[in-house]
Each structure stands twice: as structure tokens, then as C-alpha cells.
Design a protein around this ligand. Structure first.
Ligand code: 8DG
Ligand code: MG
Ligand code: MG
Length: 147
């Protein structure tokens, strides 16, 4: 059967920062399978971006976060998958509430596992929207490590 494409949805995506590293997981998904991506997910009814960020990080990694701040927004149209998908991605940054917490792969059907990666030596391949941001020399760190 034929159907109209779905309306755009809001995704909230989190750069969880620890020293000079960022938390990434290899996606297990129809869009961007096997690529390294940030934790994140769809904004639910009534949520603030900060609430959504804390919920998605907890659901996907078990981690508790603090200092959640808005960074930027990107517009992503994925036409590759079975079903075209239009996501407006709201990027946030955050840090661990307790720096000794260890990430846990809470949703193994959606991710192959989480780890910390040096910002100056990120793994490949990155999830394409993330790759695009990094090519623009975007930095999620409050103090630019290039300085
Ligand atoms: P959920 O089950 O996690 O709530 O929703 P989902 O739609 O299955 O989640 P997702 O794929 O993990 O993330 C929501 C959307 O955000 C995703 O379809 C595309 C967009 N997005 C980006 N960059 C990134 C990123 O680095 N990581 C994640 N997880 N999503 C991203 O544009
Ligand atoms: Mg999720
Ligand atoms: Mg998700």
C-alpha cells in the first residue's frame, strides 16, 4: 500500500562529556546501522529538552546526568531506509552526576554497547548527521579544546 511520509519528529541527542571524551554507542537500527552515535531519542509529549535528555540517557545507558545545556539544532531528512524519516535533532550537552558511573547497554536490541571516546580521536564510521556536524568544526565542549 502507499502512504504519505510521516510528519517531522523532534529528537533530543546528548553529548555526554567526561574529561576530553564523549559517550558513543554503535547503533543497531534501520537508520545508520553499525555507526557510532550519541544517546538520544524522541521528545515525548510535555517534556522539556532537559527532561528528555535525562530520560533517554537513563533508558539507554543507565547513567544519571547533570548540567544539561542546549547546544544547537539540526534538520535531518533520511531517505535511505525502508521508510523516509525527517528528524529535527536538538543537541544537548551534559556531564555525569557521579563521574565514577559506568555505562550499561540497557537496550542491546538498539545498541552494540557504549564507551568513552577521545574527542580528538573519534571512532569510524560516525552516524552521518554526527559526521556532518563534526566536519563543520562544531565542538560540544564548554571550553574549546582547540585553544
Ligand atoms: P527512542 O526509541 O530512542 O526514543 O527513539 P528513536 O527514534 O528510535 O531513537 P534514535 O534513533 O536513537 O534517535 C532519535 C533520532 O535522532 C534519530 O532517528 C536520528 C536523530 N539523531 C541525530 N543524531 C543522532 C545521534 O548522534 N544519536 C542518536 N541516537 N540520534 C541521532 O540526528
Ligand atoms: Mg531511547
Ligand atoms: Mg535512541
Amino acid at each position: 500500500s502507499t502512504s504519505m511520509p510521516s510528519a517531522p519528529v523532534i529528537g533530543v541527542v546528548i553529548f555526554l562529556l567526561k574529561d576530553n571524551t564523549v559517550l558513543l554507542g554503535r547503533r543497531r537500527a534501520s537508520v545508520g546501522d553499525n555507526t557510532f552515535a550519541l544517546p538520544g531519542g524522541r521528545l515525548e509529549f510535555g517534556e522539556s529538552f532537559e527532561e528528555c535528555a535525562a530520560r533517554e540517557v537513563k533508558e539507554e545507558t543507565g547513567l544519571d546526568i547533570k548540567d544539561i545545556k542546549y547546544l544547537t539544532i539540526t534538520n535531518n531528512v533520511f531517505t535511505e531506509g525502508e521508510k523516509p524519516l525527517h528528524i529535527v535533532a536538538v543537541y544537548m550537552r551534559a556531564s555525569l552526576s557521579d563521574p565514577d558511573q559506568i555505562p550499561e547497554n540497557v537496550e542491546p536490541d538498539k545498541c552494540y554497547g557504549w564507551d568513552w571516546y577521545d574527542w580528538k580521536n573519534l571512532p569510524q564510521p560516525l552516524f552521518p548527521p554526527l559526521e556532518t556536524m563534526l566536519k563543520s568544526e562544531f565542538s560540544p565542549f564548554p571550553i574549546d579544546l582547540n585553544c
